[in-house]
Design a protein around this ligand. Sequence first.
Ligand SMILES: Nc1ncnc2c1ncn2[C@@H]1O[C@H](COP(=O)(O)OP(=O)(O)OP(=O)(O)O)[C@@H](O)[C@H]1O
Length: 269
Amino acid sequence: MNLFKLFGVIDVRFADILDIFLVSIVAYYVFLLFRGTRAVQMFVGGGLLLIGWILAQWWDLHTVVWLLSNLATLGIIAIVILFQPEIRGALTRIGQSVGKMNLKNLFFHQSGLELIAEEIGAAVQDLAKNQFGALIVLENRVGLRNYADTGELLNARISSRLLRALFFPNSALHDGAVILNSHSIVAAGCILPLPAITSEQDSGYGMRHRAAKALAAECDAMVIVVSEETGYISIAYRASLRRKLSVKEVEEEIKRHWHDLFEGDSSKK
Ligand SMILES: Nc1ncnc2c1ncn2[C@@H]1O[C@H](COP(=O)(O)OP(=O)(O)OP(=O)(O)O)[C@@H](O)[C@H]1O
């Protein structure tokens, strides 16, 4: 069934529109799967060759068309060999997402903030489960360079594995606080202000929780505490200390805390 005539010449059917729509979706998601890998250059190169092939067809350059057509056949084999790790990674991601019925992760790219909140959340969950004490400071607008300098400067990518390693009992940096800004793990093994007991309630807390409260009270940072004694997760922010939080709540708080910083970053782009 013809829907309309394009430029008054080409008959366009409903099936043609569906065809283009489906191919576009597949191309888009294939690109998303490979985004950020070496394979992106391959797509660019492949696109240029395709344009060359179309132009060669257009201008009736038979030898060039023959060359490019044969190159394409060889190219597919070369791509599979050269980009084996990327292809394996992409297929694994599809498998994992489908396995966990988490198609959202596969098709809708999460924002940087969501991914970071999940990395921290996963680390906190693991630390709490194993009752490894932890003190994680999330810097906001007020710089915490003075506290970062008391520990070991790292400037590393925020990852759940690194956070877990830093608080692993008896590791060289497990004592003290880890300071994060919205993009990196700034420092580990940091000493926070040593608080004085100011209320009846404070006397019930150990040093880790009191240090978290003291820092949160003096700036706009949010501090996550995992108790070594109970495995409970708490968050100190401004004058409050909320206890027994779930990992989901922690992730929501992280997103709320850094939301404005991320919004600012994306509006600058
Ligand atoms: N001022 C501080 N700055 C950074 N880290 C601190 C500070 N005070 C204590 N800590 C950390 O807390 C640990 C001791 O915690 P303590 O047992 O006194 O606290 P707590 O609040 O009872 O926590 P937990 O429930 O985990 O035992 C120290 O080994 C150290 O890693």
